[in-house]
Design a binder for this molecule. Structure first.
Ligand code: ACO
Length: 310
């Protein structure tokens, strides 16, 4: 879906969307596709790249706020489709920071010796919960999935160097979707009255995102014992090019060191960091030995970071 397509739906323009967000187009699900379908495709590609087969997986951790069903967890459908018979699978809900929460959990489980191979996925189908009459939100979102296989490091110098997650529950009213949750009319059998749609105070979220992404990046680096000049690539959550530029500027990193995919995919929430990582790894920008700093911010609020030496 291009900005020109959106011009036909709401009072907006390609010029406004491009300058205010950096987005030119987004990917939209085909009718009938589910979040698990996206996850399964991403998982297979990650497992192939890692040389890991499904039976070897100990856990599958899926970050999503747009799962197939209220229950069971979408990770369950992924497990079944992959044939990961030796794994336990579950979902976590941490909005746009979800993938970094999954990575945090995976890294900790491996460090504790509870697992050897974990599939961590970030996936969202946000467009079904997007209000295409609200120009403040409908221009932003796209659908996607990204996955990684986290394993024990063979070389102590390489791997996940630090992770960091945080939340501040007092600002949940700035970005939410009631959906079929018990806070809404669904549980009393009433019509949903638009409760299935995402609601956001964009301006307030923007200000918080700028402040918090920078701080999360600094904390993640500090935990890894790294300086900014040791970072080869910043892989930020792709919500708005102005938030990305502000985060890079806070770290004194030039934009040439920032992986940007927002122009092609829009905001895909928990899928944005793993898909950007994957793209930059496959096209040869992220090379072995390089340090990558990932950082994200999302509704809740939630935030997270990870420093990784490839
Ligand atoms: N086209 C044209 N004009 C628009 C549009 C649009 N699509 N949207 C808003 N406007 C107008 C507004 O009505 C307003 O007009 P006014 O001045 O006459 O009142 C003006 O543009 C400015 O509106 P703002 O909302 O202040 O614009 P802002 O610069 O904040 O950009 C945006 C809006 C793009 C939504 C920005 O606030 C943003 O990116 N917010 C953060 C989103 C985010 O990071 N979400 C977190 C993750 S999502 C998740 O967790 C699921």
């Amino acid at each position: 879906m291009t900005n020109q397509d959106l011009e036909k739906l709401v009072d907006t323009s390609d010029e406004w969307i491009t300058t205010r967000t950096g987005i030119k187009e987004r990917r939209i699900i085909k009718r009938g596709e589910k979040t698990s379908d996206y996850c399964i495709r991403a998982a297979r590609q990650a497992m192939e790249a890692a040389g890991v087969v499904a039976e070897e997986l100990d856990y599958i951790i899926l970050a999503t706020i747009s799962g197939d069903m209220r229950f069971p967890a979408t990770a369950i459908f992924v497990q079944a489709a992959l044939g990961a018979v030796n794994a336990a699978a579950w979902d976590i809900s941490a909005t746009c920071s979800g993938f970094l929460f999954a990575l945090h959990e995976a890294e900790a489980l491996i460090a504790l010796g509870r697992a050897k191979r974990i599939l961590a996925i970030g996936s969202e189908l946000l467009t079904p919960m997007t209000d295409y009459t609200d120009r403040g939100t409908c221009i932003l979102f796209g659908d996607g999935a990204g996955a990684v296989v986290v394993t024990e490091a063979e070389d102590e110098e390489r791997g996940v160097l630090s992770t960091y997650i945080g939340t501040s529950g007092d600002q949940a009213d700035l970005l939410y979707c009631i959906g079929s949750g018990t806070a809404g009319s669904f549980s009393s059998g009433l019509a949903t009255n638009g409760e299935h749609l995402l609601r956001m105070n964009g301006n307030e979220v923007f200000k918080n995102a700028v402040r918090t992404m920078g701080k999360a990046a600094v904390t993640t680096l500090k935990r890894a014992g790294l300086n900014t000049d040791e970072v080869d690539w910043l892989v930020p959550h792709q919500a708005n090019i102005r938030i990305i530029e502000a985060t890079a500027s806070r770290l004194h990193l030039p934009m040439e060191k920032v992986i940007v995919t927002i122009h092609k995919y829009g905001n895909t929430s928990s899928a944005s960091v793993p898909t950007a990582l994957d793209e930059a790894r496959r096209d040869g920008r992220i090379r072995d030995g390089q340090v990558v700093l990932c950082v994200a911010f999302g509704g809740g609020f939630t935030w997270g970071g990870a420093a990784i030496r490839f």
